[in-house]
Design a protein around this ligand. Sequence first.
Ligand SMILES: [Fe+2]
Ligand SMILES: [Fe+2]
Length: 302
Amino acid sequence: MTDVSIAANNTGAVRMTAGERAGIPPRRMDFEFSADSEKYWLNGSPFLTLLVSALSTTFPAGETFFVDSVRHYRDKITDQKLKDEVAGFIGQEAMHSKEHMAFNHMMDERGLSGSGLERIADWTVSILKKLPPKLQLAATCGMEHYTAAFAEYVLRNQALQDLFTDKKVLNLWLWHALEENEHKTVAYDVYNAVGGGYFTRILGMIVGSIALFGTVFVGHLRLLWEDGALFNFKDNAKGIWFAFGWRGVVHDLVGKLFDYFRPGFHPLDHDTVELLEEWREKMFADGGILADQIKNPRRTAA
Ligand SMILES: [Fe+2]
Ligand SMILES: [Fe+2]
């Protein structure tokens, strides 16, 4: 079967991509970020804004790595549903990279190293690429668990959303968060389908964590330095407490993150079905927050 099939309905033939069939529709967005918009768009904080910006610079290389590690095993997948899900996963990640590159290049216009940090992420990925393919896929599964857990946290947390004072930036992260949860099972199911075991899965999680957090940490330090905020002790202390302190982001997430180490863990154990239905409605129904933004509007259904 090809990536495009024909499904008939009352109004005639409708072409569906494999991703749409699987409920993982790649949506083409075209965010335009302006360097003239608000500089510190996350709670007015340089620390938090630049932390999330540093994360953004890891996505083009990181998500290409995720796609490559799954694509490596594509020919070994026999289940048609999983094949369709892989097609949707690849399409969604490609769109995420494109939009985050647009954001990163806006950082360049502000005099920050958006593109420069993308090169650091490229270097990290070049190291990961030297690992055995099964371990690369395990690292992808681990990092996809992070993205799914953080994404669910963002979608459920109105107070966090309210801290974004630039709604265009918020919409970028909400859209990305939705799709990360739509495809959160794909790398994991491919890993299981090709005989991946527990030990390698956990090793991949550890390797992926070091790669991700090491790259974000270096990028964050560089952005703080470039912005002149490295020695802004008050804001930095508040940001560290917000992220790592009591009732902070990590505190709220630690249970979900460590659940990955349970031998029988599966991404569907964290149920987001209703959450995603609610957000698809909020984003893409008539008058939705992204209804005018999406460039292929039919591809909104799951
Ligand atoms: Fe993504
Ligand atoms: Fe993803």
